[in-house]
Design a protein around this ligand. Structure first.
Ligand SMILES: [Zn+2]
Ligand SMILES: [Zn+2]
Length: 268
């Protein structure tokens, strides 16, 4: 692949709907990758977010153990590959996108509900003020939540969805629209772009969970710790993977408690 020929590491997922991924490596090699990616016409407008990472002594990224490029039915696993439609302009039926500045303007103008499009554990360590968190353990649970009626009280409200980089919302918002949510927006570029714009001095509180060796990203030197250890209640931003083989659960747990018990509390 293009990424492997440039010595990049990270994760890329392709589907018939598009491409999504995070790659790390030397800046020049990453720029070559972006150039190559954009040579392919459907990917010309691909949204790229840059951030500084750490390098190993050999110059490769310290954030990813290896390179994985996979073709899947879905870019993000909502379990609705056939419902999502994509045309030359992108996702069909997605909500209008708001820049961070536009989000602020909308919030000042009217009553807005911010809806967290991520998993519960991500929201536990960082979320927008007063956001509604659907409480899913995995993205594929979203459709059940939408169809359970649990969020029906939001159907006639102005709702802005957000996720880490905006990808999950691209899929989530058409799924919500077709289930009766009418006044819907999505935060363009997600928390990542919002954090670059307003840091911790806007509507965002806490750490942003990320799926690489950084674990979390903080947007300032005064990031609030909003997570609470699920065992002792101590403020923490540590998310740990359950050590039980086969269990994919994650929990917010402080280092002291995790040292004593590295498994979730789900009955075994
Ligand atoms: Zn604890
Ligand atoms: Zn577990």
């Amino acid at each position: 692949t293009l990424a492997s020929s440039l010595g990049l590491k990270g994760r890329v997922i392709l589907s018939r709907h598009g491409i999504n991924g995070t790659l790390g490596g030397d800046l020049l090699d990453l720029k070559k990758y972006v150039k190559g990616l954009r040579l392919y016409a459907p990917f010309r407008g691909t949204d790229i977010k840059w951030s500084m990472g750490e390098a190993l002594p050999d110059g490769t990224s310290a954030l990813f153990p290896r390179l994985s490029v996979k073709v899947r039915d879905e870019i993000v696993t909502f379990g609705a590959p056939d419902e999502l439609e994509v045309d030359d302009d992108g996702v069909v039926g997605g909500a209008p996108r708001l820049t961070p500045e536009e989000l602020h303007a909308l919030v000042e103008r009217e009553d807005v509900v911010l809806l967290d499009g991520r998993n519960a554990v991500e929201a536990e360590i960082g979320r927008f003020k007063d956001a509604v968190v659907p409480g899913v353990e995995a993205t594929h649970e979203f459709i059940d939540v939408l169809e359970s009626g649990a969020l029906d009280h939001l159907k006639d409200k102005t709702v802005v969805t957000y996720c880490t980089g905006g990808i999950r919302c691209e899929v989530l918002t058409p799924l919500m629209r077709s289930r009766g949510f009418t006044d819907l927006y999505q935060l363009d570029g997600g928390i990542a772009r919002y954090g670059e714009t307003f840091g911790d001095d806007g509507l965002w509180e806490g750490s942003m969970y990320v799926f690489d060796a950084r674990d979390t990203v903080e947007f300032s030197d005064h990031t609030a710790v909003v997570g609470r250890c699920d065992h002792c209640g101590t403020p923490t931003k540590d998310v740990v993977d359950c050590a039980d083989g086969g269990c994919v659960r994650q929990m917010v747990r402080c280092a002291a408690c995790a040292a004593l018990e590295h498994r979730c509390d789900r009955p075994r």
